[in-house]
Design a protein around this ligand. Structure first.
Ligand SMILES: Cc1ncc(COP(=O)(O)O)c(C=O)c1O
Length: 389
């Protein structure tokens, strides 16, 4: 396609359609309950079915999902020490809970093939530190090398957490990302694969962890727990039914979402498969259309990339960004680059030696992918990129 056509290609498009907003307004006219109630439970159950996990807990953001995962892990007593390996290419709230809860984060370099944990560096860090937990991110929808990572975790009794906020619907050996760790988090913020305006989900197959998450989500009380669990807690602590209204078993949070957002989530879930399919199709189209270059990140055999946005890692980043801007195409840095290059990190922990994360920090960027992107838009963006690369 010729240059000079002022087509604006945005990074993201709203996944909440006009039809869904009209359905929401019809529902509101029935004067329903808006706070967390039955629709939230229905949304969680349907999410679990789609994701392939036993339990899901709906919260108000992906960041709250990460916060709750870490705190539930800490309270569960399953950490053998305070050391947690965190990915260099991640997000502030992937890492921040470890700091906030007094754990000791150790940063792992990024793998050029997956943008996830560099498994050689990970093995070295595990030997050196014998960490209790690892949290990973499937960056931009690229699944991590899960065979290697789960083997390390099993061998050393390390708890794995998955931040799947950028990878809804990605697959590793036909298993959806978010089904490998003890818990996994998802974001339902605007621009992610699906949206509930703001929102997040935690998935787990562990009933005790699910109960802990549910209690921590709402103040640390027992109201949303199964009856048997409520009875058990009340008997253990001698709590009568009246006192139970305001009895707090854990120092909890309030990170609930609402039934209004669950209503939106139920609508969104119906198009999850088609969103994943479009994002993967756009990704493969970009892969074919964009000139080969040194750090082209591909869909590896045995994986499906439900791509968040398409990555470019090039020492000509500034030129690519300028060309795209002139052509009306949005772009951003490749998420956080290296987390160790951010003030909150280096002011606490100093410099970290992370060769590839540094390259991502200095040369990484991403270009649009969303469920409504057309073939013509992908080709237009690829042409602009190819004019520089
Ligand atoms: C990897 C990762 N984790 C966590 C989050 C936070 O999600 P939220 O914006 O819903 O709090 C994001 C946000 O983009 C993310 O990319």
């Amino acid at each position: 396609m010729a240059f000079g056509i002022p087509v604006k290609v945005p990074l993201v498009k709203d996944t909440i359609s006009q039809e869904e907003l009209l359905a929401l307004s019809d529902w509101l006219r029935t004067f329903p309950r808006l706070t967390k109630g039955e629709l939230t439970v229905e949304f969680e159950e349907k999410w679990s079915t789609w994701q392939g996990s036993k339990y899901s807990v709906f919260v108000n953001s992906g960041s709250s999902a990460n916060l709750l995962m870490f705190y539930a892990l800490l309270l569960s007593g399953r950490l053998k020490n305070k050391k947690v390996i965190v990915p260099a290419v991640s997000w502030v709230t992937t890492v921040a809970p470890a700091i906030q809860f007094g754990l000791e984060p150790i940063v792992c370099d990024c793998d050029p093939e997956t943008l996830g944990l560099d498994t050689d560096h990970l093995s070295k860090l595990v030997e050196e530190h014998d960490p209790a937990a690892i949290i990973l991110v499937h960056v931009l929808g690229f699944p991590n090398k899960m065979d290697e990572i789960t083997a390390i975790c099993n061998e050393r009794e390390i708890v794995l957490l998955e931040d799947s906020c950028e990878s809804l619907g990605s697959e590793y050996r036909a298993i959806k990302t978010g089904n490998f760790g003890l818990m996994s988090s998802f974001s339902l913020y605007f621009g992610h694969h699906l949206s509930t305006i703001e929102g997040g989900m935690i998935c787990t197959d562990d009933a005790d962890i699910k109960d802990l998450l549910v209690s921590l989500r709402s103040h640390g009380w027992d109201r949303d727990l199964p009856n048997a669990k409520q009875k058990e807690l009340r008997a253990k602590y001698g709590i009568d039914d009246f006192r139970a209204f305001y009895t707090f078993y854990h120092p909890g949070f309030n990170v609930r979402s609402t039934d209004l957002q669950a209503f939106l989530g139920l609508g969104q879930l119906q198009k999850a498969d088609s969103v994943v399919e479009s994002r993967n199709r756009n990704f493969l189209h970009y892969d074919a259309a964009i000139n080969d270059h040194q750090y082209k990140v591909r869909q590896r055999e045995g994986t499906l990339v439900s791509n968040f946005c398409y990555p470019l890692i090039t020492d000509r980043r500034d030129e690519v960004v300028n060309a795209l801007t002139e052509a009306g195409v949005d772009s951003r840095p490749l998420v956080c680059g290296s987390i160790a290059r951010h003030p909150f990190w280096y002011e606490r922990y100093g410099h970290a030696d992370l060769p590839f994360a540094d390259i991502v920090h200095d040369n990484g960027m991403y270009i649009p992918n969303n469920h409504e992107m057309t073939d013509a838009e992908v080709e237009y963006v690829a042409d602009v990129v190819n004019s520089v690369l």
